[in-house]
Each structure stands twice: as structure tokens, then as C-alpha cells.
Design a protein around this ligand. Structure first.
Ligand SMILES: Nc1ncnc2c1ncn2[C@@H]1O[C@H](COP(=O)(O)OP(=O)(O)OP(=O)(O)O)[C@@H](O)[C@H]1O
Ligand SMILES: [Zn+2]
Length: 721
């Protein structure tokens, strides 16, 4: 072949054809460097004729410059990239970049230089250099990573390298990973676990491209069951990809895998250092990494031979990526399994309604675990009606819950309070003039974070020191915190039960795998009596002495009223309730609510999951919303309000009018200002059998936008702000 089609990275143009130089072997999937105008640019050799690019005459083709020394991307991965781009209306180049993240093009076997302090201070000390010495003792990393850790510029680090204060360490990035052993420690499974495990192992053995819905109550041993699928993949010499929703959870989980298989798995997430990333990458693409545990970004990597994909806590909405390519990792995982020819396991105690409907339709195979392992009982769930039994003013723990916590403390057992709100209070206002603290970049209130002494916006990250006076009227001692966040609940616990040892668990306190491990160790050592946490504590943890769970405000999640409000509330509360009484001691749960009559609250108290799913499914079917009908959100934004408004109006004016394809809006988005951009929204509601993406593409592609306008399409949206 003398001509190849190349999908270009980092470029809005292409794909283009190039000629193949004499002697260069370029199978489809090869990663190459090609000329584009005066530049050299990376790309992937794609299937001939793909993407319908225009044909260039052979005589005008420019030659491929070089081929990277790595195996070509497989056909399965190329199909996945095409499918994802097509389904989520993204550019194929943007999706392909997720398969080859930065640093992956270095070639195998290279080492990376890291630096560490020699201990010999430089002749001249500046405040910045001092900061380096204060913060980087014992650290070893690349210049860029060190600069980030010490919060100084890379120039400060480099000048210290030159002056000899740092020494260079070559870190090889092709060190092999220890080999996991499928038979290291094999647990004895109970009957229903064994049945599910056998079915999964059979599917792995036969390489069935079948999605499974592993649906088992909290503490039923879903993890032990899908470990048997991992064991089977190991026996076949194949790789496992295990996707987790939250990086903070990974450390205890990695330890658990190591205990089962005798070797640590290969982690993949955005927090890896360059050397770790490079080492993981080499092992993934060569097939040497047998068990990869990752965040959703691990989904597009070029595995050499996948044997099974597992999505743990598959109902979690954090599998949905909300910027760049807006994909749902759970759904893309199912497609990857189909293209790779391997089973996919969606594991959850509270499956997404979409997944349940797929199982009912026979598209996913259901595997069910009906009871907790080892005779542990599901917790008893009780209700506290806040209209009847309110806590005192400016407190949030109602008397019956407080009493139950005191009992636990006396017995040496642990309690968990759940409130899905970070910080101390969601709103601060001035009692004197009524001023409310708002983010300058977003239409959102600033959240009071007392632990860090700041007001912070949870949308854009803008933060300012906690004010002592009102910026509007200048009064002091007039600022009031409105409503609770976890920090405020922790203060309340401190006031009511001073002897109880507390831990606050949110992304502010548990921001690294090490922090998560520290927290787990403390709870296990019984150095904590009361845990106060956000959704971060709802999943995964297994604490035998935790016997009480209190849901501070079950109504919060229902307020927004979006499509999944009821489902999400059900999942969160069922998950957090599932942390109670997982071992010998029975668990108890109190749900505080002002709406005891709400169907979702009632289903939780009755323990009637099936009734909840049935009612919710019927309601969605009646309204023809997902998974029955389809939605897509189109967000049009600009830093200039008039420009955004005009662009949205124009898009709305030429919206297609078709049977089974309705367009609502444009209207200002609920978050009408986000990171300084004004946002307007159109919502597409389509029937299932309508080619929604094609229609949207043909509608929006010909439109010409003002330079400051951004148009984002969100297919199957989860966020309605
Ligand atoms: N067959 C078994 N042999 C020994 N221990 C088991 C077995 N099955 C489950 N367990 C133990 O029971 C506890 C709960 O199991 P596991 O974490 O797998 O449940 P899960 O269904 O994934 O829970 P959740 O969804 O609530 O996080 C764990 O400590 C696990 O090691
Ligand atoms: Zn903001």
C-alpha cells in the first residue's frame, strides 16, 4: 500500500491521506508523525477511506515522517473510538487522544528523570527557595511535579537543579509488575455467590461479549463474585479492566485485590506521577499488566488482550464525564466489551434504572445476590419526621437520632452521619443589609469552608478568605451562615457529644488515596466514633463496628426535581444505609425528612426496592424519558451575554421540526453563569427510534458561530444545570 489515511491529533482538520515511504511498514492502527503545513503532528493510521475525507491525488501526497515504536491500535479500539465519536457527537481526534494520553508516545523502555533534594542548601536562600525546602523534603518527582507540589514556578526548581541542590535520579519506566495468582487465596463462596461466579467465569472462558448486571444487596459479596471472573481471565492469560467511580476509594481496594491475588494491581488515574503513568502504560500496552484498576479515563487505553471489564458501583453518576468528550463510561464499557469480544460486569446494589431496563429486555444478563454474606442482616430503617420531631433551632440532629448515637458511643460502636454538602454552610448572608455572598464567575452562592477559613465556589473553584465584615454595608458581626454542611454537623456533634471522636469525610479531607487509607485505618483501629460525610462515604467501605447511620436531610436530593432526582435519592440513601451492620452486630438507620409520604422515602423504609423501581420505571415510560425516550442537551455559551443569547436564538430558529424530535428552548440554563460564561440551553427530546445524533449533527454542523461562542452537546445528559 502506498497511501494511508491518518487521523490527526491536536488538529481541527483531517483526516488526511499521506504516502508511505519506501521500507516503512505501516499497518492500520500504527501511531505516526506526519507533516501538516510547516508543523509535525501525531496521528493514527486509520482504515482506508474512513471518515469520508476528500481524496488527494497520489502525486500531491506528502510522506509519513516516522512511526512510533509501539503496537498498532487494534481494530476493536478503532471501532470503539469511531463509535464514541459518533454517538456522543465528538471529534474522532478528541476521542483518540484519550487512547494515547500525554507521555504515551515516548517509546518503550525509556526512563524518566526525577529529582530530589540533596540536603545541601544553596548559597543564596530566597523565600521561594525556602518554600521548596519546607515542602519537598523526602519528595522525588519530575521538575514539573515538584514545582506543583511546592507551589513555585518550574524556573525556581530548575535553578536549584543547576546549583546542585537537587540531584537527578533516572527512574526506569519498564520495570515489570508482579504477576497476580488466580489461586493465591480463594474464598469459599456460598451457593448464590458460586452460581453467579460460575456464570461469569464461563463467559470469560468463552469470551462472550455479554454485559452482566451483577445486582446484589449491600454486603452480599459482589466483589468476591467478580473476583472469580478476574481469576478466570488470569488463568487465560488475559487482562482485566476494573473501573471505579472514585479515586479516593482505590487504596483500600488495591489492598483487597492484593490480598486475593497476591500482587498489587496496576492503577490508572489522573493523580499518577509521570514515571508511574509511563510504567503503567508500558505494561498495559504490552499485556504485562494483568489487572488494571482505573478511573473512567482507563477505558480507552490500548489493552493488549482484554478478558473482562468490570464496572464497580456502576450506578454512580461520576462515570459520566461532564467536559471535553461527554461520555458515560458505563455505557462505553459495554460497547468496548462488544468490540473486544469479552464480558462486561456492571456491579451495583442499586443499579441504574437504565441497566435494570436493559436486563428486563434481555440485553444484559442479570445475576442476583439476595442476601448479605455470612448471615449479616440488612439494617432496620426508621423514619424521623422533622415536622413532628424537629431538632432545636440551628441544629440538625433530631432527638431520636442523637439518642441512638449516644447509645452507640456508650457501647463502643460507631455512627455515620450522611449529608451531601461539603463545607460549613451553603450560604452566607448579612443580617444587617441582606447581602448574600455570590461567586463573581458563576450564578452560585459561595460556600463557607471553616476548616480552611474560606468562602469557595463549588463550580469554578473561586475562593476568598472568610470575610469579617459585610462588603456591602461594612457592618461587622452581622454575617450569618445559613443551612448546614458536614463541617457544621461535626461542630454540632462536638457540642452535643464532646467525648466522641469525629472524622469529616469529604473531597476536602480525603483528597488522595493515602488520605483514604489513613481514614480507613483510623476507623478500623476504632479511633473514630462518629463519621460525618458526603456521598464519598456512601460506597465501598466495610466497617464491622459501624452500626448506626443517620441521614441528616433526605429531602435535599429531591429538591432539584430533575429526571433522576428520585432515583438518585434512593441510591444514595440505600448505599449509605448499606454501611450499617455489615458484620455480626445488627445495623440501624434513621432517615430525617419533612416528606415522609414521598414514594422514595416510603420505599426505603419498607425496604421495598422492587416497588420503587417499578413505579419509577412506569413514570419514565409514561413521560417517554430515558431510558424510554432520549434526551440531549445543547449548551451555548459565551463570555458575552448578548453573543450567547443571539447564538442560542439562531440555533433555536433553525431547529428541525420532525416527528418524534422535539426541541425545547433556548432558555437561560439554571446555572446561567459558569466560570464567567453566560449559558443558554436547548433540550432535545426524541423518540427512541429516531436518529437523534444524525439530526443534531445535520442541524448544528452548518451553523457559523461568533468566535467567542462555544457549543457543547451532551447526549444522554445526567446534569441539567
Ligand atoms: N464468600 C466469602 N467468603 C469470605 N468473605 C466474604 C465472602 N463473601 C463476602 N465476604 C466478605 O463480606 C464483606 C462484604 O463483601 P463485599 O464487599 O464483596 O460486598 P459487596 O456486595 O461488594 O458490598 P457493597 O456493595 O455493600 O460495597 C467483605 O468483607 C467480604 O470480604
Ligand atoms: Zn464560581
Amino acid at each position: 500500500m502506498t497511501r494511508v489515511r491518518v487521523l490527526l491529533f491536536n488538529s481541527a482538520v483531517g483526516p488526511f491521506d499521506y504516502s508511505v515511504p519506501q521500507g516503512m511498514d505501516l499497518p492500520v492502527g500504527s501511531v505516526v508523525q506526519v507533516p501538516l503545513g510547516p508543523r509535525r503532528i501525531d496521528g493514527i493510521v486509520w482504515d482506508a477511506g474512513a471518515f469520508g475525507a476528500e481524496e488527494i491525488e497520489a502525486s500531491r501526497l506528502r510522506p509519513v515522517l516516522a512511526r512510533y515504536d509501539m503496537p498498532p491500535l487494534s481494530q476493536a479500539l478503532r471501532r470503539l473510538i469511531e463509535w464514541t465519536a459518533d454517538y456522543y457527537l465528538a471529534s474522532p481526534a478528541a476521542v483518540a487522544r484519550m487512547a494515547l494520553p500525554s507521555g504515551s508516545l515516548l517509546g518503550p523502555g525509556r526512563s524518566i528523570t526525577e529529582y530530589r533534594l540533596t540536603g545541601e542548601p544553596p548559597a543564596r536562600m530566597t523565600p521561594q527557595r525556602q518554600q521548596v525546602y519546607d515542602r519537598l523534603a523526602g519528595e522525588q518527582a519530575t521538575v514539573r511535579e515538584l514545582a506543583a507540589l511546592a507551589e513555585v514556578s518550574e524556573g525556581v526548581i530548575r535553578s536549584l537543579v543547576t546549583s546542585g541542590a537537587f540531584e537527578a535520579m533516572e527512574v526506569p519506566t519498564d520495570r515489570p509488575w508482579p504477576r497476580p495468582d488466580p489461586a493465591h487465596i480463594t474464598p469459599a463462596l456460598n451457593d448464590e455467590q458460586q452460581e453467579a461466579a460460575d456464570r461469569l467465569a464461563e463467559a470469560v472462558r468463552a469470551a462472550e461479549p455479554m454485559p452482566f448486571l451483577l445486582d446484589g444487596v449491600t454486603g452480599s459479596g459482589k466483589t468476591e463474585v467478580y473476583f472469580e471472573a478476574v481469576a478466570e481471565a488470569l488463568r487465560k492469560g488475559r487482562q482485566t479492566l476494573l473501573l471505579l467511580p472514585e479515586i479516593a476509594l482505590t487504596q483500600p481496594f488495591l489492598t483487597r485485590i492484593e490480598a486475593r491475588f497476591g500482587a498489587a494491581p496496576v492503577p490508572w488515574h489522573s493523580g499518577l506521577k509521570q514515571t508511574e503513568r509511563r510504567r503503567a502504560w508500558n505494561a498495559i500496552i504490552s499485556g504485562q499488566a494483568k489487572i488494571v484498576v482505573g478511573a473512567r479515563s482507563a477505558l480507552f487505553l490500548p489493552y493488549a488482550n482484554l478478558g473482562v471489564i468490570i464496572v464497580d458501583e456502576a450506578h454512580e453518576t461520576s462515570f459520566k464525564q461532564e467536559d471535553g468528550v461527554r461520555y458515560n463510561a458505563r455505557d462505553v464499557a459495554v460497547m468496548r466489551g462488544r468490540f473486544e469480544g469479552c464480558p462486561v460486569v456492571l456491579s451495583s446494589a442499586t443499579p441504574a434504572l437504565e441497566s435494570r431496563v436493559m436486563a428486563e429486555a434481555g440485553r444484559y444478563e442479570p445475576l442476583t445476590l439476595t442476601h448479605r454474606y455470612g448471615g449479616a442482616q440488612l439494617p432496620r430503617i426508621g423514619l424521623i419526621d422533622l415536622t413532628q420531631n424537629p431538632p432545636p433551632r440551628n441544629q440538625w440532629i433530631a432527638p431520636p437520632l442523637l439518642e441512638a448515637m449516644q447509645e452507640r458511643l456508650a457501647r463502643g460502636e460507631q455512627s455515620l452521619l450522611f449529608l451531601n454538602r461539603r463545607g460549613y454552610a451553603p450560604l452566607t448572608l448579612c443580617r444587617h443589609c441582606g447581602h448574600r455572598f455570590k461567586c463573581p464567575n458563576c450564578s452560585a452562592w459561595m460556600v463557607d469552608h471553616r476548616l480552611s477559613g474560606r468562602l469557595a465556589c463549588h463550580h469554578c473553584g473561586h475562593a476568598e478568605p472568610s470575610p469579617s465584615a459585610c462588603p456591602e454595608c461594612g457592618e461587622t458581626d452581622c454575617l450569618v451562615a445559613c443551612g448546614p454542611g458536614v463541617e457544621r454537623i461535626a461542630d454540632e456533634v462536638a457540642a452535643l457529644m464532646p467525648e466522641a471522636r469525629r472524622a469529616i469525610v469529604t473531597s476536602d479531607t480525603i483528597w488522595s488515596p493515602e488520605k483514604a487509607a489513613e481514614f480507613v485505618a483510623q476507623v478500623e483501629a476504632r479511633a473514630i466514633d462518629v463519621i460525618i460525610g458526603t456521598q464519598l462515604v456512601t460506597k465501598g467501605y466495610h466497617f464491622p463496628d459501624l452500626t448506626l447511620v443517620g441521614v441528616i436531610d433526605a429531602d435535599i436530593g429531591l429538591e432539584g426535581g430533575d429526571l433522576r432526582a428520585g432515583e438518585r435519592t434512593f441510591q444514595q440513601i440505600a448505599q449509605v444505609a448499606g454501611r450499617a451492620g455489615r458484620a455480626a452486630k445488627p445495623g440501624e438507620v434513621f432517615i430525617q425528612t419533612r416528606h415522609p409520604e414521598a414514594p422514595v422515602i416510603d420505599a426505603l423504609v419498607q425496604g421495598d426496592r422492587e416497588a420503587f423501581y417499578a413505579a419509577e420505571t412506569q413514570a419514565r415510560r409514561d413521560a417517554n424519558v430515558p431510558p424510554f425516550g432520549r434526551l440531549a442537551a445543547i449548551i451555548i455559551s459565551s463570555e458575552d451575554h448578548a453573543e450567547a443569547h443571539e447564538a442560542a436564538r439562531q440555533a433555536g430558529a433553525v431547529a428541525p421540526e420532525l416527528d418524534g424530535f422535539a426541541v425545547y428552548g433556548p432558555a437561560p440554563a439554571p446555572l446561567s453563569l459558569l466560570r464567567g460564561r453566560h449559558r443558554f440551553r436547548l433540550l432535545v427530546h426524541a423518540r427512541r427510534n429516531v436518529e437523534m445524533q444524525r439530526i443534531i449533527r445535520e442541524w448544528l454542523q452548518p451553523m457559523r458561530w461568533a468566535p467567542g461562542v462555544r457549543v457543547a452537546v451532551d447526549v444522554d445528559p445526567y446534569s441539567f444545570v
